[in-house]
Ligand binder design. Structure first.
Ligand SMILES: CC(C)(COP(=O)(O)OP(=O)(O)OC[C@H]1O[C@@H](n2cnc3c(N)ncnc32)[C@H](O)[C@@H]1OP(=O)(O)O)[C@@H](O)C(=O)NCCC(=O)NCCS
Length: 428
């Protein structure tokens, strides 16, 4: 079996697509609803692509932001993956380049022969060569990517609430205005709104080109959940400061009838947040609301007389991070305190390093050192800690960080403490 790993040529684009689950109709998600999925099917039904769609996909494959690598076995493509160039917001607000791993698949007849391992090594080397010091992905299964140094850094909730259980703790008069908008308005609103959200929100990812194009076109999802409805909130000056996308699927099954599915929700101010939820949670002729892609620190529960009414139906890791250059990654973010720590960081792919981190709220310096380490960890734990979504003390308790100087874990926690839980509603 002769194996070759390399980027594809334009002539190979259609053959490359053939290995992807969404093209050949194989599952690409676990057989239970993910935190990003607001519908009720086990996984959104796989709709095989038509010849025309494949042609379009193949053309998009060769754009400059999509960097596919394929595994050729005896000259035929048996697997592949790709890096998309996106940005992620890090603590302190910088938006830094992230090599986003996507479209990973190996044909069932070639699995477990090391093809993914080789493809991944080629892609991560490529990111490093381009100066991308972070890579990221979302994982179909949590057992696959730890071996390459990736680890969960953001998490997502999917929750449900019964309409009759909802009562807000306080009266509220909306100083702004809600509007039901059509897809064309939504397609103008969302890119601008998301840019504003992303500037503030640690963990949020830049949208891929064309991300919002489908809003204007409409279209019905394959799981039968019906057309998208758009709600927009404007402040007293008429500027958009929040929006939601929701669906109202009809079902003859009483257990599934009367559900309002919230697929996307963003608000820039507490007023917009409260006004949008107030309408969505009390929508006429519905019984329940299911919201997907929600942050783990959702403020809504604290607005309700019965905070337990909001029932989590799924929690899942969302963005997995892989730090490719420890020094640059630690220097680009800001910190919640001023302190210095020496970290021993093991990395199976790119070698271990010992780093002195001099961190402060307005920046940091990270230098290689021979001084005694305060803490030992691997690049995986560093990936989970990086955006502030996982605490060092939690990982130390699990035996994943070794404290070499008493108090060092607590000090690292103080440095990395986030203002809010990192979150990304947009993926790649
Ligand atoms: C996941 C997938 C890409 C792995 O490809 P592969 O070529 O079989 O992987 P490799 O042979 O290079 O395996 C590398 C290592 O990962 C392990 N591994 C691979 N797939 C795994 C899985 N699903 N669960 C647990 N471990 C897995 C292998 O056992 C091997 O372990 P080792 O390093 O200890 O020897 C392939 O199984 C696939 O296409 N699955 C269906 C689609 C999918 O889940 N895609 C991922 C989307 S995020």
């Amino acid at each position: 079996m002769a194996i070759e790993i390399r980027p594809i040529t334009p002539a190979e684009a259609t053959e490359y697509l053939r290995v992807l689950p969404y093209v050949n109709g194989f599952p690409q998600e676990e057989p239970e609803p993910s935190a990003w999925y607001a519908g009720s099917a086990a996984w959104p039904p796989q709709v095989q692509r038509t010849a025309a769609q494949l042609k379009q996909d193949a053309a998009e494959l060769l754009s400059d932001w999509f960097r596919p690598q394929a595994a050729f076995v005896d000259g035929k493509i048996a697997g592949g993956s790709a890096i998309v160039s996106v940005q992620v917001t890090v603590p302190g607000g910088r938006q830094v380049a992230l090599g986003g791993v996507t479209s990973t698949a190996v044909l069932p007849t070639y699995r477990r022969r090391g093809l993914l391992r080789k493809v991944m090594a080629a892609m991560l080397d490529d990111c490093r060569e381009r100066g991308e010091f972070l890579a990221g992905l979302s994982a179909s299964e949590a057992t696959i990517y730890g071996r390459y140094g990736f680890s969960p850094a953001t998490f997502q909730h999917r929750w449900e609430v019964r309409r009759t259980d909802v009562a807000f703790r306080s009266e509220f008069t909306d100083p702004g205005e809600l509007e039901l908008a059509d897809g064309a308005v939504a397609a103008e609103v969302w890119p601008v709104l998301h840019e504003q959200v992303r500037a503030e929100r640690v963990g949020e990812v830049s949208p891929l080109p064309g991300k919002w194009d489908g809003l204007a076109a409409g279209g019905l999802p394959a799981d039968g959940s019906g057309p998208a409805h758009h709600l927009v909130h404007r402040n007293t000056k008429g500027a958009v400061d929040g929006a939601a996308i929701f669906r109202l699927p009809w079902s003859p099954d009483p257990a599934r009838a009367g559900v309002l599915q919230v697929e996307a929700f963003e608000a820039l101010t507490p007023d917009a947040y409260r006004a949008l939820w107030a309408l969505l949670l009390d929508f006429d002729l519905t019984k329940r609301v299911v919201a997907a892609r929600r942050p783990v620190d959702e403020p809504l529960r604290w607005m309700l007389t019965n905070p337990r009414a909001l029932k989590l139906s799924r929690t899942r890791d969302n963005l997995w991070l892989r730090i490719l250059d420890v020094r640059r990654a630690l220097e680009v973010r800001s910190y919640a305190a001023t302190d210095s720590l020496v970290l021993d960081v093991a990395d199976d792919l790119y070698g271990a390093g010992r780093w002195r981190l001099d961190a402060a709220p307005d920046g940091a310096a990270c230098t290689a050192t021979d001084a005694e380490a305060d803490l030992s960890l691997t690049v995986n734990e560093l990936g989970s800690l990086y955006l502030g979504g996982v605490r060092a003390s939690e990982l130390a308790y699990a035996g994943r960080i070794v404290e070499r100087r008493p108090g060092a874990v607590r000090r690292l926690d103080a440095l990395l403490r986030p203002d809010r839980a990192p979150h990304n509603a947009v993926g790649f």
